[in-house]
Write a protein that binds this ligand. Structure first.
Ligand code: C2E
Ligand code: MG
Ligand code: MG
Length: 615
C-alpha cells in the first residue's frame, strides 16, 4: 500500500490505481499519495436504502471498501465514539443525509465540528435538491451533494474530502511536531539558563550568579540604604580528603557540605559554590552582629560534621570570612568578593575553623593569597637565584645509617627567610612555571651531588608536568655527562596521583631515565589507593608511604594495618619502602617491626641546608 502522505505538500490526484478495484464501471481512482482506498474508513449516515446502495456500489467500485453504514444519529455517534483511540479518530470522511432520523444532520455536523477529536473529519452533506446551499457550510460541513446522488459526482467529492482530511491531519501533525520541538527547546533553554547560574555538582548558585546578586546588593546599599553581608567559606580539610580518598569521595563531600549548608541557610540568603571547596552566602538587610552570628552557626555546623569513607572518618571544619556591603562605603561587587575571600584567608592562617571579619589591617595577607602576586616572585627567584635546596636525611632500617637525602626546594624571601614550596609550587603548576622550577632543581641537585661522597645519593622531586616534557631526559643525560655524576645516585620522586593521572606518558619517561641508571620512588604512596592495581605495571623502586599514615601510627590501629599491608605488597612486588613523617622513636620502632626499609621525618632529621660535615 502507498503510505499515507509521504510527500505531504502536494496532493496528487491521478488515475493510477493503487489497488485493484473490482471490475465494472470505475468512476475515478483515489489519489496516489493517500493511503490505499481500502484503508480509507468512511461512514455513510443515512436511512435511505436506495441512496445507501448506490453510494456503497459507487464507492466500492472505486476501491473504498472500508465502509460503515449508520442508519440513525445514535448509531452514527456510537461508531464515531468507537473510532477514537488516544484522541485520534480513524474515520476519514462522513457522508451524511441531513434527514437522518432522531437528530438533524446539521446538528450532528455542528457537534462534530465543535468536538476536538472529530472536527478534522470532512463531512459531505447529502441534501434534497431544494436545500439552501449555505446551511451545511454554516454547520461546519465541507461539501454538499444534492440528490439524486450520482456516482460520477460522488467519487470526486469523496476524493476531495479525503484530500482535505489529509491536509488537516498533516497540519495537525506539523503543529504537534512544532509544539514538541518548542517544548523541547524551552526545556533546553531552561536547562541552559539553569546551568548559567548554577553549579553542576551541587546545584547551588555558581560564582556568576553570586556576582549578579552582589551587583544588586551594591545597588541596594547605594539607593536603598541597605546593608548586606557576604560570607566566604573555605573547607579546612577538603584537600586531604580529595588527595587521600580520590575525586569521587571529594565530590561526595562537596555535595554533602552543600546540602548541610542549604538546609541551614534556607531562604535567608543566596548560597553559592564559587570554586572547588569554597562556598559563599550573601545575606541582604542584615547587621554585622547578625552576620557574625550566622557565620558562627555555619562554622559550628561544619565543626560537628564528620565525613566518613570505608576506611576513615574526617573532621572537615570551615574557615569563614565576612565582608559587609553598606551604604557608607562605596565598593564594587568584585571588591566585596575579594574582601570576604581575604578575610577567609586570614581566618585560615590564624588557625582555621574560625570566623574573621574583613579589616583593612589584613591587607598584608593579600600577596600570599593571590597567584598573580606570586608569578613575578617566582620569575624573579628563577632569574636571580632566589631558590635554594634543603636536604632531609633518610635512614636505612634497622641500621639507622643515612643512605641518602631528599632535596626540597625553598624560596629565599626578602628577609632571607625560607619560604615553603606549598606557597609557590601550586601557583607555579597553575601558571606554567613549574617546568623551569623542575629544571632548576635538577641542575642544582646534580651540582650538589657532585660534591657529596659517592656512597650518598639524592632524591629529587619532580612535578607531574616534568614527565610530559620530552626535553628532560636529554637534559639530564647531558648534566650527568658534564658533571661525571653516576645516574645510579639519583632517585626521582613522583607523586602517586600525578603518576596515575598521566600513566602511560609517565611510564615511558621512567623507562627512558632508567637507562641512565636513575631510580624512581612513588611519593605519598597510599594517598590515592587506586595504586595497588597500577603498581604492578609501574617501574618504580621505592614506595614512600604517605605521611598521613605515619604521623599517628602508634595510636591508630587502622593505620597500622594499612602500613603493614602496604609493606607486604611492596615486598611481594620487589620494591623497597620508605616511611615519611617519622616524628618519634615509637613510630620508628613499629616501622622496624613491620619491615619498612627506610625512615624519614623530623625525628630522624629536619630538612636543612647541607653542610659538608653532614656527609
Ligand atoms: P614531599 O616530597 O612529600 O616532601 C615531604 C614534605 O614533608 C616536606 O615538606 C618535608 O619538609 C615535610 N616533612 C618531612 N618530615 C616531616 C615530618 O616528620 N613531619 C611533617 N609534618 N612534615 C615533614 P616541604 O619541603 O614543604 O615540601 C612539600 C612538598 O612540596 C613536597 O612533598 C613535594 O611534593 C613538594 N616539593 C618540595 N620540593 C620540591 C622540588 O624541589 N620540586 C618539586 N617539583 N616539588 C617539591
Ligand atoms: Mg618527596
Ligand atoms: Mg611525600
Amino acid at each position: 500500500m502507498t503510505p499515507f502522505c509521504e510527500k505531504p505538500e502536494t496532493l496528487v490526484v491521478n488515475n493510477t490505481p493503487t489497488n485493484n478495484p473490482p471490475s465494472g464501471p470505475s468512476y475515478q481512482t483515489p489519489p496516489q499519495t493517500l493511503r490505499g482506498a481500502d484503508q480509507m474508513r468512511l461512514i455513510i449516515i443515512s436511512d435511505q436504502p436506495d441512496d445507501i446502495a448506490l453510494m456503497r456500489s459507487a464507492l466500492e467500485q472505486s476501491g473504498f471498501t472500508n465502509l460503515i453504514v449508520a442508519e440513525n444519529s445514535e448509531a452514527s455517534l456510537e461508531h464515531l465514539r468507537k473510532s477514537l483511540a488516544n484522541g485520534i479518530s480513524d474515520i476519514d470522511a462522513i457522508l451524511m443525509d441531513i434527514t437522518v432520523p432522531s437528530m438533524n444532520g446539521y446538528e450532528i455536523c455542528r457537534m462534530l465540528h465543535a468536538n476536538n477529536d472529530w472536527h478534522a473529519i470532512p463531512v459531505i452533506i447529502i441534501a434534497p435538491n431544494d436545500e439552501s446551499g449555505h446551511m451545511p457550510f454554516d454547520a461546519g460541513a465541507t461539501d454538499i451533494l444534492f440528490k439524486p446522488i450520482r456516482g460520477m459526482e460522488l467519487i470526486p467529492r469523496v476524493i476531495a474530502a479525503l484530500s482535505l482530511k489529509q491536509e488537516r491531519d498533516l497540519r495537525k501533525s506539523r503543529e504537534h511536531e512544532l509544539e514538541t520541538e518548542l517544548a523541547e527547546r524551552k526545556v533546553m533553554e531552561a536547562r541552559l539558563q539553569y546551568l548559567v547560574g548554577h553549579d553542576d555538582l551541587t546545584g547551588l548558585s555558581n560564582r556568576r550568579r553570586l556576582e549578579q546578586e552582589l551587583e544588586l546588593a551594591v545597588l541596594n546599599a547605594h539607593y536603598n540604604n541597605t546593608t548586606s553581608a557576604l560570607l566566604y567559606l573555605d573547607l579546612d580539610q577538603f584537600k586531604v580528603v580529595n588527595d587521600t580518598e580520590g575525586h569521587t569521595a571529594g565530590d561526595r563531600l562537596l555535595v554533602n557540605v552543600a546540602n548541610k549548608l542549604r538546609r541551614q541557610v534556607g531562604a535567608t540568603g543566596t548560597l553559592a559554590r564559587i570554586s572547588s571547596d569554597e562556598y559563599a552566602v550573601l545575606i541582604e538587610n542584615i547587621t554585622l552582629d547578625d552576620a557574625v552570628r550566622t557565620a558562627e552557626s555555619l562554622r559550628c555546623l561544619m565543626d560537628e560534621f564528620y565525613f566518613k569513607t570505608d576506611s576513615r572518618t574526617y573532621h572537615i571544619g570551615v574557615s569563614i570570612g565576612i565582608a559587609l556591603i553598606h551604604p557608607d562605603e562605596s565598593i564594587t561587587a568584585g571588591d566585596a568578593l575579594t574582601r570576604a575571600d581575604q578575610a577567609c584567608y586570614v581566618a585560615k592562617t590564624r588557625g582555621r575553623n574560625m570566623v574573621h571579619i574583613f579589616s583593612h589591617e589584613d591587607t598584608e595577607m593579600l600577596p600570599l593569597r593571590h597567584a598573580a602576586q606570586w608569578v613575578p616572585r617566582i620569575r624573579d627567584a628563577l632569574l636571580n637565584d632566589k631558590f635554594c635546596l634543603v636536604f632531609q636525611p633518610v635512614i636505612s632500617l634497622p641500621s639507622h645509617e643515612t643512605t641518602h637525602y631528599e632535596a626540597l626546594i625553598r624560596m629565599i624571601g626578602n628577609h632571607q627567610e625560607l619560604i615553603s614550596p606549598d606557597n609557590f609550587i601550586p601557583v607555579a603548576e597553575r601558571m606554567g612555571l613549574i617546568h623551569d622550577i623542575d629544571l632548576w632543581v635538577v641542575e642544582h641537585a646534580i651540582d650538589v651531588l657532585r660534591t657529596l661522597p659517592v656512597h650518598l645519593s639524592l632524591n629529587i622531586n619532580l612535578s607531574s608536568h616534568a614527565f610530559q616534557d620530552p626535553a628532560l631526559p636529554p637534559l639530564i643525560r647531558e648534566k650527568l655527562t658534564t658533571t661525571g655524576v653516576d645516574g645510579k645516585r639519583i632517585t626521582f620522586e613522583i607523586t602517586e596521583t600525578a603518576a596515575i593521572a598521566n600513566f602511560s606518558q609517565t611510564r615511558n619517561m621512567i623507562t627512558q631515565l632508567r637507562t641512565l641508571g636513575c631510580r624512581f620512588a612513588l611519593d605519598d604512596f597510599g594517598a590515592g589507593f587506586s595504586s595497588f592495581s597500577y603498581l604492578k605495571q609501574f617501574p618504580v623502586d621505592y614506595l614512600k608511604i604517605d605521611g598521613a599514615f605515619i604521623t599517628n601510627l602508634v595510636n591508630d590501629p587502622v593505620d597500622q594495618t594499612l602500613v603493614k599491608s602496604m609493606t607486604e605488597v611492596a615486598r611481594t612486588l620487589g620494591k623497597r619502602t620508605v616511611a615519611e613523617f617519622v616524628e618519634n622513636n615509637e613510630t620508628l620502632i613499629l616501622l622496624e617491626e613491620y619491615g619498612v626499609d627506610y625512615a624519614q621525618g623530623y625525628y630522624v632529621g629536619k630538612p636543612q641546608p647541607l653542610k659538608m660535615t653532614d656527609s
